[in-house]
Design a protein around this ligand. Structure first.
Ligand code: FES
Length: 411
């Protein structure tokens, strides 16, 4: 408080005497604590322990159950490998993914898979991932044909930014999923039903080709009927003959979105195949949404890079040479212009680190010493300094000349 007296400002500080008294005791109390403390060195720090639990470098898991969801989709339950030092699973936020490391024909590769179970189920000792069989999908086909109960798997900690965040997102969310893109939304819906995700409402708009392709149909219906205020599910089928009652026909478009949602008071989460993103980009544009209210799950490796807008098509079919430095070792490998540099390295038996395979996590960050690359603009999430000093993400970059690169060792 201040007042003017005889042309001078008098400042009076009114304090809480209790606080002042505590302050005078601060140093003596600390001294007492030091004197009482053990002289033994601290062997484990609780904060470090917690950080290790939340962010383990690796999780050693086994397959404990495989359940058919549709003709082409399976849900795989993963639990800690009893023969390993993974005793409990890392917690995650609904919408995040695990990056699984799998050896296929002697080649070590990684793939991100969204967790389809809820975060509280991780605390109960399991994760679920739901995988759709893609005939030309290198890893999904391998998993379908080879994974059995007790299969051992190495997984990363849960990763990714595709989750609801109350500080950033609206209380109403619109979850637009296509095919197996429903998996992160199953996790979110379960968490809402458990009363652990504090949102007002989640409207799931789920596109499938046919009725038989709908994943989690009964489960979503049950979640909706038990939580009618909070969860709404709209099915959109693109086939000619539709017998499912109450569903929409065709593709998810702006009109369907407007019909079922409060567009101006919602945050949109989108997860599905690349072709759905391309179609939806135009539909979402019609809704005039600010960018911050549209969140897209990572793209993964682009299926048809030759026809990707902006890719230099005349490079299709060309092969280049990449000189790869890993630590003190140097290896020369061939690489197609139409495959990410990361894939070329994996094919050559190298094991560069990777998680998202979409340019987002920065785990594969490498240095381009010389040569030219094409970077998918949508996946170019590099920092300005990285761009300036020639760092790039091999998972989302394609060679357009012979290259020399320096790659980190696998973590
Ligand atoms: S693996 Fe995530 S940025 Fe390359």
């Amino acid at each position: 408080m201040s007042k003017k007296e005889n042309d001078k400002f008098i400042i009076t500080v009114k304090s809480n005497t209790k606080d002042l008294f505590a302050f005078t005791k601060l140093i003596p109390n600390r001294k007492k604590r030091f004197q009482k403390a053990s002289s033994e060195p601290i062997t484990s720090d609780p904060m470090n322990e917690l950080a290790r639990k939340l962010h383990p470098r690796r999780q050693y898991l086994i397959v404990s159950e495989i359940k058919d969801e549709t003709k082409t989709t399976k849900t795989i339950k993963l639990i800690p490998d009893p023969d390993s030092n993974t005793k409990e699973l890392a917690y995650f936020r609904a919408g995040q993914y695990l990056s699984l490391k799998v050896k296929v024909n002697g080649i070590s590769i990684t793939r991100p898979y969204s967790v389809s179970s809820s975060p509280s189920e991780a605390l109960n000792g399991f994760y679920e991932i739901t995988i759709k069989k893609v005939e030309d999908g290198y890893l999904t086909k391998y998993i379908w044909d080879n994974w059995k109960i007790n299969q051992k798997i190495i997984s990363s900690e849960p990763n990714g930014f595709f989750y609801y965040e109350s500080l950033r997102d609206k209380k109403e969310i619109v979850a637009i999923g296509g095919g197996s893109g429903i998996t992160p939304f199953r996790s979110m819906a379960k968490e809402i039903a458990e009363g652990k995700l504090d949102i007002k409402k989640m409207t799931i708009i789920y596109g499938s080709s046919e009725e038989d392709d709908i994943i989690f149909y009964d489960e979503l219906k049950e979640l909706e009927s038990k939580n009618p205020e909070k969860i709404k599910v709209v099915h959109v089928l693109s086939c000619e003959e539709v017998s499912l009652e109450g569903c929409e026909k065709g593709f998810i478009n702006a009109d369907i979105i407007k019909k079922y949602t409060d567009v101006n008071n919602s945050t949109f989460f989108i997860c599905g195949p690349q072709i759905m993103y391309e179609f939806l980009d135009k539909e979402i544009e019609k809704l005039n949404l600010p960018l911050k209210r549209v969140r897209k799950e990572i793209l993964g490796q682009i299926k048809d890079i030759v026809n990707y807008p902006g890719f230099p098509q005349d490079f299709a079919g060309k092969t280049f040479n990449i000189k790869v430095h890993v630590g003190n070792a140097i290896k020369e490998i061939p690489a197609l212009a139409t495959e990410p540099v990361l894939v070329a390295m994996e094919r050559a038996g190298l094991t560069p680190p990777s998680k998202c395979r979409s340019g987002e996590c920065g785990f594969c960050r490498s240095r381009l010493i010389s040569g030219e690359i094409y970077i998918i603009p949508e996946s170019d999430k590099r920092r300005a300094a990285d761009k300036r000093f020639n760092f790039f993400h091999p998972c989302s970059s394609y060679p357009l000349s012979n290259l020399e690169i320096k790659v980190p060792r696998d973590a």
